[in-house]
Design a protein around this ligand. Structure first.
Ligand code: AMO
Length: 469
């Protein structure tokens, strides 16, 4: 439930239900108009108890046939669950339940004695998924009915947490001098490799959906914006069907001038530290809702452990040794896959950076690492990942800012520099050394809320089999 203390009245309500509950004592005897979903409707004959819920609280409304227009009384008394109802009446102390008449949920001390009311929209029956009853349905059925799934309290809490995480992330970056930008999502060239692009027809020409704001956030830096961030969609035509991959996801990106890989790792860890600290101070009630549900499902409680700074740095070469030492099969130059990450996480259970990846494994825009070689003599890069447990949260790195090297990187990776001239031209007139990262928002939320699947924390996920709702 959301804190609505400061919310202004609207055409449909003088108060939120949360306000009536909160201000109950001072509102006793005053007339209020509230609107919400009919959670339960009980009582026969001349009286009716309507349990009304909006996004800020729930309250009992007491209706008596003698006190109001009969048609309105009858329609509310026969309203189906989850219908939306508006009622007006005086705030009163809640009458105690009759002996033997339990209450479906603990109710606040106050109720509304209704003098008029109306059904705003009747809900069809039966409901495809339960809102207050714990009907066990699979994630795909929940996602098909996301509009109802969101009415469930713990799901609603997850999305409030998501909003808070983005807000705290934004606040933190702004406090470090970053400004928000929006880059185009209809693009002509691949930033992250050409195989997983979604092609689109753009009038008479071919275009793609953006995989990452990478090239544009760099151009913003070259243009002198110094420190930028963007929270926006990224599209990847990957055929993965896993708990952590989507074909559209929200990428939280930064880019900073006069910064290197170590500088932006610092920004990242401070931002995550700030987010966790703020959630702990302000949003425990949301975590409680998530935990209540987890416990009802026999899952452990999630506690917010504020990670200490700095996060461990385990350079790629050391990470490989940890994997080998743990019995994993991996060679220098191989990707560190989830089952390898498990072995690393056994030693480093919290957030940890893996810097200095082999240059050959990183995109063309990543800067190589000077004066240091990999164990097998391979060239190292200034690219890094941030991991938690078996999952990658972020990739980032210092960028190549010399146009001749950039063009040769493109060629070495089988790409045609001419296709990237809109980007490389940005480097021809003086380019500050710079660095940045891209963080998968849903993956970070998975860590915070204990969700086992990114779809839990994405409003309307897009995966291989889902384009609706
Ligand atoms: P990368 O491709 O590693 O890096 O993506 C950055 C982060 O985005 C998240 N992510 C995904 N989340 C859900 N579904 C997907 N299919 C998916 N793909 C990626 C991950 C990942 O760590 N331009 C660079 C970033 C940079 O260097 O600034 C990039 O896009 O959490």
């Amino acid at each position: 439930m959301r804190d609505s203390t400061e919310w202004k009245p609207t055409s449909y309500r003088s108060h939120t239900i949360g306000q009536v509950v909160e201000l109950g004592e001072s509102l006793l005897g005053s007339e209020v108009t509230i609107s919400g979903y009919a959670e339960t409707v009980r009582g026969r004959g001349a009286i009716c108890f309507l349990l009304l819920r909006d996004g800020t609280g729930r309250i009992q409304a007491f209706l008596k046939r003698d006190n109001m227009d009969e048609d309105s009384f009858d329609s509310i008394q026969s309203a189906s669950r989850e219908s939306t109802v508006q009622v007006t009446g005086l705030v009163a102390q809640k009458r105690p339940p009759k002996v033997g008449e339990g209450e479906p949920v603990p109710l606040p001390e106050y109720e509304v004695n209704v003098s008029s009311g109306t059904i705003l929209a009747e809900a069809s029956t039966p409901l495809p998924i339960g809102v207050i009853d714990d009907v066990q349905v699979g994630l795909h059925v929940r996602l098909d009915n996301r509009h109802l799934d969101l009415r469930r309290e713990h799901v609603n809490a997850m999305f409030q947490l998501r909003s808070r995480v983005l807000q705290y992330g934004r606040d933190h970056l702004i406090s470090e001098g970053f400004q928000e930008i929006n880059s185009p999502k209809i693009i002509a060239a691949a930033a992250e490799g050409g195989t997983n692009l979604f092609p689109i027809k753009y009038f008479e020409t071919d275009a793609f959906l953006s995989q990452s704001p990478q090239l544009y956030k760099q151009l913003a830096i070259l243009g002198g914006l110094e420190r930028v961030f963007e929270i926006g969609p990224a599209f990847r035509a990957e055929k993965h069907d896993t708990y952590r991959h989507l074909n559209e996801f929200i990428s939280f990106d930064i880019e900073g001038a006069w910064m290197d890989d170590e500088d932006v790792m610092g920004v990242q860890e401070r931002m995550i530290h700030y987010i966790w600290s703020q959630v702990k101070v302000n949003d425990q009630h949301l975590m409680d809702k998530v935990n209540e549900y987890r416990e009802s499902q026999g899952k452990g409680k999630i506690t917010i452990e504020i990670p200490s700074l700095p996060f461990p740095r385990i350079p790629y070469c050391d990470a490989i040794e940890i994997v080998k030492g743990g019995g994993g099969e991996i060679d220098w130059g191989d990707d560190i896959e989830s089952h390898h990450c498990d072995l690393i996480a056994a030693k480093f259970p919290g957030f940890h950076f893996i810097p200095k990846w082999p240059m050959a494994m990183k995109p063309f825009y990543i800067h190589h690492k000077e004066g240091e070689e990999g164990s097998s003599g391979g060239q190292l890069s200034r690219g890094f990942d941030l991991n938690y447990g078996r999952d990658e949260m972020t990739s980032g790195g210092a960028r190549e800012h010399r146009v001749d090297v950039l063009e040769s990187n493109l060629r070495n990776m089988g790409l045609d520099p001419d296709d990237f001239s809109f980007y490389t031209d940005g480097f021809r007139y003086g380019a500050p050394p710079h660095a940045g990262w891209g963080l998968g928002v849903a993956r970070l939320l998975m860590v915070l809320t204990g969700a086992g699947n990114v779809r839990e924390v994405v409003l309307f996920p897009r995966d291989r089999s889902r384009v609706t709702p």
